[in-house]
Design a protein around this ligand. Structure first.
Ligand code: SF4
Ligand code: SF4
Ligand code: SF4
Length: 274
């Protein structure tokens, strides 16, 4: 048993957590898995990667059905930032999720060499250099003339096939009624979806909420540089309000618009009641 497998085994055995979210190799692929006391022997098969998934999204689904569940989770830096946001937005109770911090493994970091959180945890792992892809560099993108930037984004948005992969994978997209499916806002029956409104609606919603995990961009079959877009809105939020998403326990500045977020956790996908 590895030390993490042993730790999770102990946490389940002692009742520190009711369920532990991590990964398990299935036919050579690491898949998200919920480890439980009832099937504690499965902890022998627990792995922490190589895979990246919004485990915290599962946590919110579990918490919405079992509000008192004590949940454990392996957490990279991006998972932890997402958990902070989900607590701030009242989707998880403070302290409801107990984490085992893990480092992003090098094979996962390579395609994300522009990640802003390159310092490995624990120390001693491989440290990567930032990527050179101009699509990924906010500073470089900002040097383009405004008209060229606008054309570029319209071109990128025109590739969208409205699959909702970006929203569905996003750990901080938790609304029961999503604006992107509201017929008054987004028309139906044509592709691409109304541009740029479809993407701008989501970008505005990510202001002060996106934790820059990059999962949306990984999921996008049209390879739209979504992460760059959300980095831009968050850079504006930081400049204007000094607010850094995912780092603290205060609501973002835009939460002053509309109702106070007192909603009980609402899963995006329906949870079976059986
Ligand atoms: S990078 Fe994409 S998936 Fe990750 S939090 Fe931001 S919008 Fe959501
Ligand atoms: S944050 Fe916006 S895009 Fe995400 S689920 Fe809510 S309404 Fe939809
Ligand atoms: S994942 Fe890409 S193609 Fe799918 S809705 Fe999002 S932006 Fe459009």
């Amino acid at each position: 048993m590895t030390s993490i497998q042993q730790q999770v085994h102990t946490w389940l055995e002692e009742g520190r957590v009711d369920i532990f979210l991590a990964y398990r190799m299935v036919e050579g692929h690491p898949l998200p898995h919920a480890f439980t006391r009832e099937r504690i022997d499965e902890t022998d098969t627990l792995v922490t990667g190589p895979a990246r998934y919004s485990l915290e999204k599962f946590a919110t689904h579990i918490a919405s059905r079992y509000p008192d569940a004590k949940i454990g989770m392996v957490a990279r830096d991006c998972n932890q930032r997402a958990l902070n946001v989900l607590q701030v937005w009242n989707q998880l109770k403070p302290g409801q999720v107990d984490t085992v911090p893990v480092n992003c493994c090098p094979s996962l970091l390579k395609p994300h060499a522009d990640c802003s959180y390159l310092e490995p945890k624990p120390a001693g792992h491989v440290k990567l250099e930032r990527g050179q892809d101009p699509n990924q560099s906010l500073a470089q993108a900002d040097t383009l003339p405004r008209a060229e930037r606008f054309d570029r984004w319209m071109y990128e948005f025109s590739k969208c096939i409205k699959c909702y992969g970006c929203r569905n994978i996003c750990p901080v997209c938790f609304c029961k009624d999503c604006s992107l499916e509201h017929p008054d806002l987004i028309g139906t029956g044509h592709l691409p979806p109304d541009i740029p409104i479809f993407h701008l609606v989501r970008a505005v919603h990510m202001a002060g909420r996106c934790i820059d995990c990059g999962l949306c961009e990984d999921a996008c079959p049209a390879e739209i540089p979504l992460r760059l877009l959300y980095r831009k809105v968050n850079a504006i939020v930081k400049d204007l309000f000094g607010y850094e998403t995912g780092s603290g326990d205060t609501l973002p500045p835009f939460s002053i618009l509309g109702d106070k977020p007192t909603m009980s956790p609402q899963p995006l996908l329906a949870v079976s009641q059986e």
